[in-house]
Design a protein around this ligand. Structure first.
Ligand code: UD1
Ligand code: MG
Length: 457
């Protein structure tokens, strides 16, 4: 049985925040969610989150996650004390029972690293360690003259010689569950900080004759913890540059990998180009050959092959077909469904609307709650008046219709196939197919009219 205990009871004072620390985000996901991703990728039999400060808020944020269990640690008397609170929830079936301890504020440890830690463990205990130029503050890995790990000594308890050790404890360990429970029950707080140290179990394992192995993270960001907004911002940049690296490696062109932000899942086809300053939120799919211009925001959208999205466009919960042309300055809102070869230009807002194949709305329009057929031309300044202040109504525009500029379509209303609507029309009744419909005061010219002149003072 594989148990994962995530320590998340700490206060996070330096964040200067009302939000519990582990709910602060990296790449749009809370730190705790990142840690949980790793735990779930390992297919753990149980996941226990130890909460303390802000416990109610953390628990309610994960109320829907039925695979989690919470253990309350109040007061917080150290990392060993924290794991003690989870002991009753650890699962055992006698076959290779193991417990991994992770930190809720060390969000980016990768599943491959945890697998390496489990592999290193064998029958015994394994510690994820790394060598640091400046090890100050960390627990030091003390080895005997055969080079075997024999203890972890906390910085505050370490002597001069021990402080010169550069191999440090990242805090992440994997231990056999039954002995771990026994060692935890034997912890004392007889140390410089008066805390129950989880790290004391290493010395106990050695005393019991169990082997203690180490494993190392593959990347530096994996073991970085967040204690302040500055560290959060730095880790965010490191993680974004890792995400950029992965996109570049899979064949995406990024105009500048340092100006690229993904807050969710971005899946790209071949030969996708992404210009600077774009933000991708939620689940975004860009098919082969999609081109995204500078400073676009794409949130939960699917874009078909060969489509061009020009600068400063904002797309939210929209679907766009192949070889479409969007923007610059286009806004697609939830429920916008654009077929292949559609064109949507500057200052066009589309919501809950289907735009059929080859249809165009190139300038300044609002299309909401509409079903628009194929090859329709929407003139500049067209507005679907979909809302009477209480209810919303649909507008239907059939194939090959031409909507003249500055038309208001007062829904519910239908424009027939091939109909032409004259510029400036306020359409309040259905427009028949293949005819010109226009509602406009007749133009008059007044002969002999004289323009007013300024009165003398
Ligand atoms: C700990 C390790 C140290 C290691 C370092 C790595 C111990 C005794 N020391 O030190 O060897 O080098 O991490 O960063 O384990 N927490 C609780 N309840 C508590 C105390 C802590 O949930 O009572 C949580 C914190 O929220 C945090 C994590 O445990 O997520 C680590 O606590 P922290 O105080 O940062 O540990 P360090 O003293 O830095
Ligand atoms: Mg501490």
């Amino acid at each position: 049985m594989l148990n994962i205990v995530i320590l998340a009871a700490g206060l996070g004072k330096r964040m200067q925040s009302n939000l519990p620390k582990v709910l602060h985000t990296i790449a749009g996901r809370s730190m705790l969610s990142h840690v949980l991703d790793g735990a779930r990728d390992l297919d753990a039999d149980s996941i226990v989150v130890v909460v303390g400060h802000g416990a109610e808020e953390v628990q309610s944020a994960y109320a829907a996650d039925t695979d989690l269990q919470f253990a309350l640690q109040r007061p917080q008397l150290g990392t060993g004390h924290a794991v003690q609170q989870a002991v009753g929830l650890l699962k055992e079936d006698g076959e290779d029972d193991v417990t991994i301890v992770l930190y809720g504020d060390v969000p980016l440890v990768q599943v491959t690293t945890l697998q390496a830690l489990l592999a290193a463990r064998g029958e015994g205990l394994a510690v994820l360690t790394e060598i640091l130029q400046d090890p100050a503050g960390y627990g030091r890995i003390v080895r005997n003259d055969k080079g075997e790990v024999c203890a972890i000594v906390e910085h505050k308890d370490a002597n001069e010689t021990q402080r010169s050790i550069t191999e440090v404890n990242t805090g992440i360990i994997a231990a056999p569950t039954a002995p771990l429970k026994r060692w935890l029950s034997q912890l004392t707080n007889n140390n410089a900080q008066g805390e129950y140290y989880l790290t004391d179990v290493i010395g106990m394992a050695v005393a019991d004759g169990l082997p203690v192995a180490v494993a190392h993270p593959q990347a530096a960001f994996e073991t970085l913890g967040v204690n302040s907004r500055m560290q959060q911002a730095q880790l965010e940049r490191m993680w974004q540059s890792e995400l950029a690296r992965r996109q570049l490696e899979s064949g995406v062109t990024l105009a500048d990998p340092a100006r690229f932000d993904v807050r969710g899942q971005l899946v790209c086809g071949r030969d996708v180009f992404i210009d600077v300053g774009c933000v991708f939120v939620g689940n975004v799919e860009l098919a082969d050959g999609v081109h995204v211009g500078p400073h676009c925001v794409l949130r939960n959208v699917v874009i078909g092959p060969g489509t061009q999205i020009e600068a400063y466009s904002h797309l939210d919960q929209a679907q766009v077909g192949a070889h479409a042309h969007i923007g610059p300055y286009a806004r697609l809102r939830p429920g916008a469904q654009l077929a292949d070869h559609t064109h949507v230009g500057n200052f066009v807002e589309i919501k809950n609307t289907q735009l059929g194949e080859g249809s165009k709305a190139n300038h300044l329009a609002y299309l909401g709650d509409a079903d628009i057929g194929a090859r329709v031309n929407i003139g500049a300044g067209t507005i679907t008046c979909n809302y009477d202040g209480v209810n919303k109504f649909r507008t239907v525009i059939e194939d090959d219709a031409f909507i003249g500029s500055d038309t208001q379509l007062v829904a519910p209303v239908r424009v027939g196939r091939g109909a032409t609507i004259g510029a400036g029309t306020t359409l309040t009744r259905d427009a028949p197919a293949e005819q010109l419909t226009v509602s406009r005061a007749r133009q008059t010219a007044i002969a002999g009219w004289v323009r007013p002149v300024k009165k003398p003072r």
